[in-house]
Design a protein. Structure first.
Length: 275
C-alpha cells in the first residue's frame, strides 16, 4: 500500500500485530488499543498533510542562526552527509518501487488496500521499508539545522505519528492474509532492517516504475535542502547569494520534475503493465 513527500502507505504493514481492537471497556471508556486504532485511522487519512505541522518547529530551529550572524556557514562536508542520509532514504524507497507489483505500496488515503502481501525483496528484510525511507529523508533535513533538540523532536514525532498508522495497517493485513501475514511478521523486523536473508523478488527491477513513483521524492529532497541552505544564508549571514552547488541542484530538480511530468502525463511512457 504508501511521503515527507506524499507520506506513503506501506505495502505491508505495526509495532503490534493485533486483531481488531475492542470497542469499549467497562463504563464505556475506550481502551488503549481502540484509542490507537482510532487515531491511526485519522492519521492515515490525513498523513499527506500532517507533516506540515513541522514548519513551526523548523522556523524555531532556525532561530540560533539569527543569533550567530557572522558565524561560518554549515561545513560542506556536513551538508554532503545530510544529503547522503536523505538520499539513502530515497534509495530504500527505490528498492520498494522497483520491484513491487501494481496495487500495493500505493498512496491511497481513504481506505486500506492490498491486493497482495509483499514478502520478498526489501520486504524480506523489514516490514515497513517505505517508512524507513521516509524517516531517513526527514532525518537528513533535520540534521542540517545543527540543532540536536529539533532532531530529538523529529524522531519522537515520527515515532508517535507512524506507530499508530502501522498499527492499523498491520491489523488490516492480518485480517486480509491471516496465517501468511503472521508467519512473515514473525520472521521480519518491524522497522530496523536485518541485513541477511534477502529473498529475490518475483518481478524484475523496473526503472520506469521507479521514475514514475519516486520523482516527486527526489525533487522534494533537493528543493528542501535548497530552501534550508537559503534560510541559513539569509538568517546567519544576511546574504541572498546561494552556494552555486545548491543553485544548480535546485535547477536540476525543477527541470527533472517538469520533464518526468510530461513523460508521465502527456506521453505516458512510464506506464508498465502490472506495475
Amino acid at each position: 500500500m504508501t511521503t515527507p513527500i506524499d507520506p506513503p502507505l506501506d505495502g505491508n504493514t505495526a509495532f503490534f500485530g493485533v486483531a481488531s481492537p475492542e470497542q469499549t471497556t467497562s463504563g464505556g471508556r475506550m481502551d488503549l488499543k481502540h484509542h490507537f486504532a482510532t487515531s491511526g485511522h485519522w492519521l492515515f487519512r490525513w498523513r499527506s498533510f500532517l507533516p506540515l505541522v513541522l514548519i513551526a518547529p523548523v522556523a524555531i530551529a532556525l532561530i540560533p542562526f539569527t543569533r550567530l550572524r557572522g558565524a561560518p556557514p554549515v561545513p560542506w562536508y556536513w551538508q554532503a552527509f545530510c544529503l547522503f542520509v536523505s538520499m539513502a532514504g530515497l534509495g530504500v524507497r527505490v528498492l520498494v518501487a522497483g520491484y513491487v507489483p501494481a496495487k500495493t505500496s500505493g498512496r491511497n488515503t481513504r481506505r486500506q488496500r492490498a491486493h497482495a502481501l509483499n514478502t520478498s525483496g526489501i520486504y524480506s528484510l523489514v516490514r515497513h521499508p517505505l517508512y524507513v525511507g521516509n524517516f531517513l529523508i526527514g532525518l537528513g533535513w533535520s540534521l542540517l539545522l545543527l540543532n540536536p533538540l529539533f532532531v530529538f523532536v523529529y524522531v519522537l514525532a515520527f515515532w508517535l505519528y507512524y506507530e499508530r498508522i502501522m498499527l492499523i495497517e498491520e491489523d488490516f493485513l492480518q485480517q486480509e492474509f491471516g496465517e501468511a501475514f503472521s508467519q512473515w511478521a514473525a520472521r521480519t523486523p518491524t522497522f530496523l532492517p536485518r541485513t541477511w536473508h534477502w529473498l529475490r523478488p518475483d518481478l524484475p527491477f523496473s526503472l520506469r516504475t521507479v521514475i514514475r513513483r519516486e520523482y516527486h521524492g527526489f525533487c522534494l529532497i533537493i528543493l528542501v535542502f535548497v530552501a534550508l541552505a537559503a534560510a541559513e544564508n539569509l538568517c546567519a549571514h544576511r546574504s541572498r547569494i546561494l552556494d552555486p552547488f545548491w543553485q544548480w541542484a535546485g535547477l536540476v530538480a525543477v527541470v527533472a520534475y517538469l520533464f518526468v511530468r510530461v513523460l508521465r502525463k502527456q506521453l505516458r511512457l512510464l506506464s508498465l503493465k502490472g506495475r
